[in-house]
Design a protein around this ligand. Structure first.
Ligand SMILES: [Zn+2]
Length: 261
């Protein structure tokens, strides 16, 4: 090995690449400072994005493990028609959501009615706690239009993986009327869930529909979209959140609510 490394390369082979390389290097190092700098922040941003992704997955998996250990299973699902969307800061949005253990007609009708409510309110996704039923069920259709796109029902969903660079996107939530703000989420998810008959399946979601899933999945853990906003973004909607809290407390003076920090 040493002999190979030490053997001088033919001058002609070295000359051109070296001169190209050295002229590039020279250009880079003689360029004004602002022209050279962007590489480092871009690299830092990529590293920061990767770290955030790892933290987020760890955070969501930790919650999931805790959920599995502590969450009760409901075999006698009860809910009342007609359903309507509960608004922030209704305590049911922060309550624990039970795993579903009975795959019967009551569950099927709940999912159907959740789709109806979702379409009526111009939503693309809805989690059961948002209609005051604290169970691990979500429905979504990224088209937001009945009869168009694909309707997906996930019972007892579990997050298997998150991937792709986290992206900022303006989200709304049916439980927060007229509030829209940026939330950063990874672009892809892999999910395991049961269907309405209890059959387990896996699903890979990408882009907008992956974002919908993550938003609804948070609801099943009692987490709301403003919990994931960067501080300056949260500041931009804080007053609207406080107004919803005040409105709720006027109607429910004895309620124990979790206020925005
Ligand atoms: Zn929501």
């Amino acid at each position: 090995m040493a002999a190979v490394l030490a053997r001088p390369a033919p001058v002609a082979a070295l000359a051109r690449p070296l001169s190209r390389c050295s002229s590039k290097l020279a250009a880079a190092w003689t360029a004004p400072w602002p022209q050279r700098r962007p590489q480092a922040p871009e690299r830092d941003a990529r590293v920061a994005a990767r770290n955030r992704l790892a933290e987020l997955l760890q955070d969501m998996r930790k919650e999931e493990t805790e959920e599995e250990l502590n969450v009760p299973v409901v075999t006698n699902l009860e809910w009342q028609s007609p359903l309507s969307v509960v608004r922030y800061p209704d305590p049911r949005l922060r309550a624990q959501n039970a795993r579903i253990g009975a795959f019967d007609d009551t569950l099927r009708r709940l999912a159907e009615e959740m789709f109806e409510v979702m379409y009526q309110d111009d939503g693309v996704g809805l989690a059961a706690p948002q209609v005051g039923v604290n169970v691990r069920l979500m429905v979504f259709n990224e088209s937001g239009v009945k009869g168009k796109g694909e309707e997906i029902v996930l019972v007892n969903p579990q997050l298997l993986s998150l991937s792709g660079n986290p992206k900022l996107f303006e989200e709304g939530c049916l439980s927060f009327p007229n509030i829209y703000a940026d939330v950063e989420r990874p672009a892809r998810v892999r999910v395991k869930a049961q269907d309405l008959k209890g059959k387990t399946f896996t699903l890979s979601l990408n882009g907008f529909v992956a974002r919908i899933f993550q938003h609804e999945y948070d609801h099943l853990d009692g987490k709301l979209f403003h919990d994931r906003m960067a501080p300056p973004v949260l500041d931009s909607i804080r007053q609207q959140l406080v107004e919803l809290e005040e409105e709720y407390l006027r109607e429910h003076p004895d309620a124990q609510i979790q206020r925005v920090q």
